[in-house]
Design a protein around this ligand. Structure first.
Ligand code: SAM
Length: 284
């Protein structure tokens, strides 16, 4: 059903939604661009979708148009009346929660198999991503993540071994998921334009490797990248049994963390999990 809605600029003016820097507010107003973002996860008809930070509702409109059953969490109370208007235009298709996305458990928002699509507030974007990537049970509740980040963060998420951008975030995003940059977005697309370029990242879960849990993998990556310029023999010293794990995995101790392929991190974490006796089932 096509619903006639007022232009987003009018909504912003009518409800006095001047962008607040402290809330990471950079709004997208171009309907075509928003439709392209909403198309990235694939068909959304009757699919539950969670959007963090709808603001005046530009991306929300595109998701509703695609037929999704949308739940939004917005911290800025000023946006709620504008979102209520959207709900009235799409009865039964939009649930609005006023609150902080960081403190609401995902199971209260998204049914199993739903997608997460968001133009994230930059100040909490990485924290939310890490939260979603480190869920204990795998596959996770979400079927895909389609998220806008500053370009530099997006590059870190999808980076391959041996590159400057490769780090903890790359390993977390790729050891049991596929991550790609789906769309580059110029800074001028936002109102107001931020200082930096952006990109939409798409992440889809894959099977979790056997014998490794997220706690073990996180302990290894935190220690390894905690001292990025150091050889592993030095950086892993701080983590009990990690040097034994390095040897058991057959990885040379004079290598630096950014040279290890994701599979080598998995092998190292598997040896570490085995040596420390932590859970080794696929359930994480
Ligand atoms: N989705 C809109 C768009 O694309 O134009 C707005 C995106 S803007 C980058 C980020 C939005 O997240 C803002 O509306 C802001 O108020 C909201 N926000 C900031 N911190 C939040 C938090 N902790 N929980 C929920 N929403 C938050």
């Amino acid at each position: 059903m096509t619903v006639k809605l007022p232009p987003l600029r009018d909504v912003i003016a009518r409800y006095g939604l001047q962008a607040e820097k402290s809330l990471g507010q950079n709004f997208l107003l171009d309907g075509q661009l928003l439709d392209r973002i909403a198309a990235i996860p694939g068909r959304l008809q009757d699919t539950p979708v969670y959007e963090v930070g709808p603001g005046p509702g530009g991306l929300t409109r595109a998701l509703l148009k695609a037929g999704a059953l949308v739940t939004v969490v917005e911290r800025d109370r000023r946006c709620i009346p504008a979102l209520n208007e959207l709900e009235a235009a799409h009865p039964g298709q939009l649930r609005i929660i006023e609150g902080d996305a960081l403190s609401i458990p995902l199971e209260d928002i998204l049914p199993d198999g739903g997608a997460i699509v968001s133009n994230l507030p930059y100040n909490v974007g990485s924290a939310l991503l890490v939260k979603w990537l480190t869920e204990q049970s795998w596959p996770p509740r979400w079927s895909s993540l389609t998220l806008m980040f500053q370009r530099e963060v997006a590059d870190r998420i999808v980076a391959g071994a041996g590159t400057d951008a490769f780090g903890r975030l790359s390993v977390l995003a790729q050891w049991r998921a596929k991550a790609r940059i789906a769309l580059a977005v110029h800074r001028s697309a936002f109102t107001p334009p931020p200082k930096v370029m952006s990109a939409v990242v798409n992440i889809v879960p894959t099977e979790q490797p056997e014998g490794v849990n997220i706690a073990g993998l996180e302990a290894i990556t935190a220690a390894a990248f905690g001292q990025r310029r150091k050889m592993l023999r030095q950086s892993l010293k701080s983590l009990p049994r990690a040097l034994e794990a390095l040897e058991a995995a057959g990885i040379a101790a004079d290598r630096r963390p950014e040279t290890l392929a994701i599979e080598e991190f998995v092998a190292l974490a598997r040896a570490y999990c085995c040596l420390t006796g932590s859970v080794t089932t696929g359930l994480g």
